[in-house]
Design a protein around this ligand. Structure first.
Ligand code: BES
Ligand code: MN
Ligand code: ZN
Length: 489
């Protein structure tokens, strides 16, 4: 399991709270009304809980935020955390409340009194996501998170309600692990191996090696990886939980395990961040994991193009012309515009093989999308309003920022090349849009398609509500919901 902990639901009781040695978290409505068990906790602390709730500090708290009473007299616990959350509330606020608990969680674990809160499952979900931390390579200070028991009225009912959310948390954390891993560990081969392990949860996983890709004609993808010691691969993950024989929906991810820029090499400053250039493939992998774990009633295929972009004697050069699987030729103006070369071939392969009902690709594709949208929103590009609006709605419901960007023939015209059918880079103006236009040339008109440029949201520079600093897993929640709404409905 890649999630940091599993929340156990247990029956509400007073003894558990007075005996708890770790943290106690109490979900309290803004007006500060205490339930029967919380009242007894207040009495045990000789009114400390009540006094905190009557304080200005409590008044000033935003929904989902929390206040700590440290080492309260009368209890064994190291802290009582008062978490502000109304009973009637949306999922975003409930998850934020859970995140406040997850963020404060230590070695000793926690008892969470959520009593009959209708959003207890969402609180557990937010707690789990925010308790995540990537500590694999800290050899000294890495205490494991303690157990969390959430006290509710109906543990079994809650367990059932929380199960699909725990599958989702597992998918999100799987994506985060992949994105956080350094490139000397997460090579193309290691990545493919981790995906092959998911056969154990019922996914059909195929790994196409370089000779298979050569035969299929994915020359644009192979050209990107030809300077690397790590062999290029395409991994195909199928989840067929829907009607037998029905065409699947396709998810396609850019999986550049490290992007030096190639011969058009990047500056040294910040290059270490290019370990996240497989973020699109990471999200596709996390979604497939979630769909399998919650046994989604849908047919979905995930395809990831795994390559490493290195400078080398065998690397492709600026000025090279490569032929894509589709048959179109591409002049490689800039070897650092490699993601579109990878995606062009995987998108085409996905359509030729699976005839998908629709297709969404994800990629840390352009620095320009960060200039435009910062780290708050991913760029959304589409040839189909229905699919695009469905995605935007799912993303909004999950609190994942997404903003539609324009496309059009005038942008497409910028891709014209003197010696080939198109070039892979055409300068700074509208850099994210021309990249999207490039991809669109490899999408059949009749296939509804979205391209999500996640360069700004995959690994933002600060912590977010649900993630510590580092990989967010942005998109796993939105795509899981999209599958639910659009394919399982
Ligand atoms: N992987 C980068 C994009 C990127 C930049 C992701 C910053 C995350 C953070 C991509 O392969 C790239 O290098 N794009 C170039 C395209 C240009 C050469 C047309 C860019 O954005 O500068
Ligand atoms: Mn690049
Ligand atoms: Zn890249």
């Amino acid at each position: 399991m890649t999630v940091p902990l599993t929340v156990q639901f247990a029956k509400t009781g007073f003894d558990a709270l007075t005996e708890a040695e770790g943290r106690i978290a109490l979900i309290v409505a803004p007006e500060g009304k205490l339930g029967a068990v919380a009242k007894r906790l207040d009495r045990a602390t000789r009114g400390a809980v009540r006094r905190a709730l009557d304080s200005k500090a409590w008044d000033k708290l935003k929904t989902g935020d929390a206040l700590d009473l440290s080492y309260p007299a009368g209890l064994k616990a190291e802290a009582v955390q008062l978490v502000k959350l109304p009973r009637r509330t949306g999922i975003a606020e409930a998850r934020k409340a859970g995140a406040s608990i997850g963020k404060a969680l230590g070695e000793a674990g926690a008892m969470v009194l959520a009593a009959s809160h209708p959003r207890a499952a969402e609180i557990a979900f937010g707690l789990t996501l925010r308790a995540y931390d990537f500590t694999l390579y800290h050899t000294r200070e890495t205490p494991a998170k303690g157990a969390v028991a959430m006290l509710v009225d109906d543990p079994e009912g809650m367990e059932a309600k929380a199960a699909p959310l725990m599958a989702l948390a597992e998918g999100v954390c799987f994506t985060r692990d992949l994105v956080n891993e350094p490139a000397n560990v997460l090579t193309t081969t290691d990545f493919a191996d981790r995906l092959a392990v998911m056969r154990g949860i019922g996914l059909e996983v195929e790994v196409l090696d370089e000779s298979a890709l050569e035969k299929l004609g994915l020359r644009a993808l192979l050209a990107v990886g030809q300077g690397s010691e790590s062999p290029s691969k395409v991994v195909v993950m199928q989840w067929n939980g829907g009607k037998k024989g029905d065409a699947p929906f396709a998810l396609v991810g850019k999986g550049v395990v490290f992007d030096t820029g190639g011969i058009s090499i990047k500056p040294a400053a910040g290059m270490e961040e290019m370990t996240m250039d497989m973020g699109g493939a990471g999200v596709v992998s996390g979604v497939m994991r979630t769909l399998a774990l919650r046994k989604a009633k849908a047919n979905v295929v995930g395809l990831v193009g795994l390559v490493e972009n290195m400078p080398d004697g065998r690397a492709q050069r600026p000025g090279d012309v490569v032929k894509s699987m589709k048959g179109d030729t591409i002049e490689v103006i800039n070897t650092d515009a490699e993601g579109r070369l990878v995606l062009a071939d995987v998108l085409w392969y996905a359509q030729e093989r699976f005839k998908p009902t629709g297709m969404i690709n994800l990629a840390t594709l352009t620095g320009a999308i960060i200039v435009g949208l910062g780290h708050e929103n991913a760029g959304v590009f589409s040839n189909d309003d229905t699919l695009c609006n469905a995605f935007l709605k799912a993303a909004a419901a999950e609190g994942e920022g997404a903003w539609r960007m324009p496309m059009g023939p005038a942008y497409d015209a910028l891709l014209k090349s003197r010696i080939a059918d198109m070039k892979n880079s055409c300068g700074r103006p509208a850099g994210s849009i021309t990249a999207a236009q490039f991809l669109r040339r490899f999408v059949k008109d009749e296939v509804p398609w979205c391209h999500l440029d996640i360069a700004g949201v995959a690994l933002p520079p600060k912590e977010t509500t649900l993630a510590p600093k580092g990989a967010t897993g942005w998109g796993v929640m939105a795509l899981d919901r999209l599958v639910r709404d659009m394919l399982e409905g």
